[in-house]
Design a binder for this molecule. Sequence first.
Ligand code: F6P
Length: 499
Amino acid sequence: MTEATAWDRLKSADRSTLSELFASTPDRLSQFTLEEVGIRFDWSKTHLTPRLVSDFAALAQEMDLGGAREALFAGKTVNVTEARAAEHTAERGEGNADSVARARMFHARMRALIDAIEAEALGPVRHILHVGIGGSALGPNLLVDALGRDSGRYDVAIVSNVDGAALEEVFNRFDPSATLLAVASKTFTTTETMLNAQSALEWMTEAGVEDPYGRVIALTAAPERAIEWGVDETRVLPFAESVGGRYSLWSSIGFPAALALGWDAFEELLEGAAAMDRHFRLAPIEKNAPVLAAFADLYYAQLRGCETRAVFAYDERLRLLPSYLQQLEMESNGKRVTASGAALTRSSAPITWGGVGTDAQHAVFQLLHQGTHLVPVEFVAAIEPGHPLDEAHHRQLLVNCFAQGAALMAGRESDDLARAYPGDRPSTTILLDQVDPRTLGALIAFYEHRVFVNAVLLGINPFDQFGVELGKEIAKSIDSEGTDRFDASTRALIARAFG
Ligand code: F6P
């Protein structure tokens, strides 16, 4: 079978409604529900059928998903356009033995520095100011926000935006003499991060901190640049070049989380991710969570024309999950070329968007229920609440979450069109036992592998991001080369803003 034939077979899949699928298949729930590493995945309210799964499996075989997965774990050059491996799994102990050993060595270095900080070897530390952007901020921010809000160990602020207002807010509440500055940048060249780091150093200097450079930690895959910038070698926490920016929270980029939550929690996070790695590697296709999730993604994006997918966290602790996933999914699979450089003849990844429930119900769910767009929805919730308040709160939260999925699917008939719901709208529910480091590690690893499966089946390389370069180059050249080469609109905006 060729790739084209596999897609053709998929196009001929039956179009039963969700209600029809439930009615015709008594064991639909068990067919499309999995429990792995403390997470229940429920795809029964999607249009996946055993026939679709087997047709996607044929496509997966044609695209050599098994080979690609082994190449990923073996540390082969899967990022072909940048000629390197993608070794985030080695950070959690799953992968090429040399890469795992190197990751362990870097982790040991991070742990030793954390021990030293806790022993006050760098002086008193109450606040951690982490500056970084994109993958150097979104992952640590998600971890600290989800798991560390009341750890009581340190106040952590993660600043990404170059807008000075973001830093100023932190300067107003942190004591400069009790602040540790973590500069997180894989390349140690990103303009926004380097400017924020410089301003934070100046804030410390102006406040009379004796040796501000002595309170800087660098988290980077370019240690020589960090040293050149002024960070002492002993406080540089390296990670491997083969760990991609948006896959880097497992490396030293996770430093603020490891410090704020404690080393044991960080190790549990890695272990949870490793458990999901093993599941992804070993489970058969029809029982493989990242694979089934990717099949559903591809079904909606490629065969039902869905241009977006929505993720709603029904848990305050996971409120940053949608923005984390936006980078993971859109920077990885928002590509118009295949890995071999040919034009992609299908849609690239859908647009990921979302928010927090139940808030989103009172804002955007109108469109999901009655708009003309078909949007596959993903609900992420946890059985254990994250607070000691009356259980009525958590019950309301979960009941609402489950009610939305049921309503999207069932719809409601009415002679009054304004009050009718078409129904047959798909949703997936991901129900965590609890929001703890191990489960969150597994959840994030699940998303990483799901992105990978989507990429392999589309034939694209999820590990590069050339699409972000042009805007950066233009921004840099405005000061050095002037504005003559720009269009009239851009020239006028620059003139109006800067005179
Ligand atoms: O601009 C995109 C990007 O390269 C992301 O892929 C990356 O996570 C982010 O910038 C930050 O890069 P760095 O960690 O090198 O500062």
